[in-house]
Write a protein that binds this ligand. Structure first.
Ligand SMILES: [Zn+2]
Ligand SMILES: [Zn+2]
Ligand SMILES: [Zn+2]
Length: 362
């Protein structure tokens, strides 16, 4: 597939913190949406199994959840506790590392958000969604890959694009200048660029606040397009790169993706403001509560606990709470098991634990 998928929309002059948006545009015709196929677990909370069930209109963009676990996955390496032995016994309890697929049927394009160590299996899960036209023996698996930051669960899967595995045709990697600089100057990642498997596209970031954000007007674009992805900075430990969250916008709805962030109080943007302006908020739910990792000071791991998020957001109207889906679940998180009392507590409070295979129409 050819064509320019990405175009930078000019900043509004007054937009001090305005995010530069990537409009995903194309002159290509409309591809048939794949109204079939799903993947992953079937137990737990009911969720759509097809695009039709999910309410995706033919030709409209959508997001498919490919993974919901923290960087180490579930089960996690070396864990002999019940959280992981249960998941080894029962594959339905397994969770792959956090990742999303965004499909733009108008542009005939598929985008991966976060390249997890489970990428091979997630490529299989993504297979039924969107139509792919082969342009070489090893065509790019996605029209673009967006990476939040340089921690194991979010970029290690890029290694599979190299010659030891898939040997992909050039794929556009959208990352912050800090992330791209790290990857290009350190092996083995640098080889992916040198050998032509990846091409870096610097992702402008800002500390855009939800109030200053101007929703993308898809009608203003002369070319057909139906998906826009923009990035904003979030606080998170950054040994090798900074960290961003993503806003994915379609003509009808928008989705917020923040898999890794420090406690909400450490961010100068109130999360409630973001929740108000989007339709779905996929938020860091790494840990359920403070007693989860015996022998390890939780102060060293400053994610917002689910119990803290539920308390903070508990006073929001039900419609606002319903937007919140917790993801990036650590293996120790009891709410990762949909049958647990903790998962029930989340549902009773009007929130959702994100499930793999869930589809969000945009
Ligand atoms: Zn992570
Ligand atoms: Zn475990
Ligand atoms: Zn991280």
């Amino acid at each position: 597939m050819a064509g320019d998928y990405h175009r930078t929309m000019p900043d509004a002059p007054q937009g001090r913190h305005r995010a530069v948006r990537f409009l995903i545009a194309s002159t290509l015709g409309i591809a048939a949406a794949a109204f079939a196929g799903s993947c992953s677990r079937t137990e737990g909370s009911a969720r759509p199994t097809t695009l039709q069930d999910a309410g995706v209109e033919p030709g409209s963009p959508y997001v498919v959840v490919l993974g919901t676990a923290q960087d180490g996955g579930l089960p996690q390496i070396g864990c002999g506790r019940e959280c992981c032995t249960a998941a080894r016994r029962d594959p339905d309890l397994r969770r792959l590392v956090t990742s999303l697929l965004a499909v733009d049927p108008v542009a005939d394009a598929r985008y991966l958000l976060d390249a997890s160590p489970h990428l091979p299996e997630q490529v299989e899960r993504a297979q039924p969604f969107g139509v792919r036209s082969a342009t070489s023996d090893r065509p790019a698996l996605f029209e673009g890959i967006y990476v939040t930051h340089a921690h194991l669960g979010h970029y290690a899967g890029l290694a599979y694009l190299g010659r030891e595995a898939y040997g992909s045709a050039e794929t556009v990697l959208h990352g912050t200048p800090s992330l791209l600089g790290f990857l290009k100057s350190n092996g083995p990642w640098s080889l992916l660029f040198e050998a032509g498997h990846l091409r870096g596209e610097p992702l402008p970031v800002s500390d855009t606040s939800p109030e200053e954000r101007v929703p993308t007007d898809f009608r203003q674009d002369e070319q057909s397009n139906s998906l826009a992805i923009s990035a904003f900075q979030v606080p998170h430990r950054g040994e090798f790169s900074d960290t961003v969250g993503f806003l994915i916008e379609g003509p009808a709805r928008s989705l917020l993706y923040i898999p890794d962030i420090d406690k909400w109080e450490r961010w100068d943007v109130p999360i409630e403001d973001w929740i108000r302006v989007v339709d779905y908020a996929l938020l860091d739910g790494t840990f359920f509560g403070p007693s989860e990792l015996p022998g390890r000071p939780m102060s060293e791991i400053p994610h917002p606990f689910i119990v803290e998020s539920m308390q903070r957001l508990g006073a929001l109207p039900a419609a606002e709470r319903a937007k919140v889906h917790f993801t990036h679940l650590n293996h120790s998180n009891p709410a990762a098991d949909p049958r647990s009392p903790e998962a029930q507590r989340v549902r009773d409070a009007g929130f959702t634990i994100l499930e793999e295979g869930q589809i969000f129409p945009l």
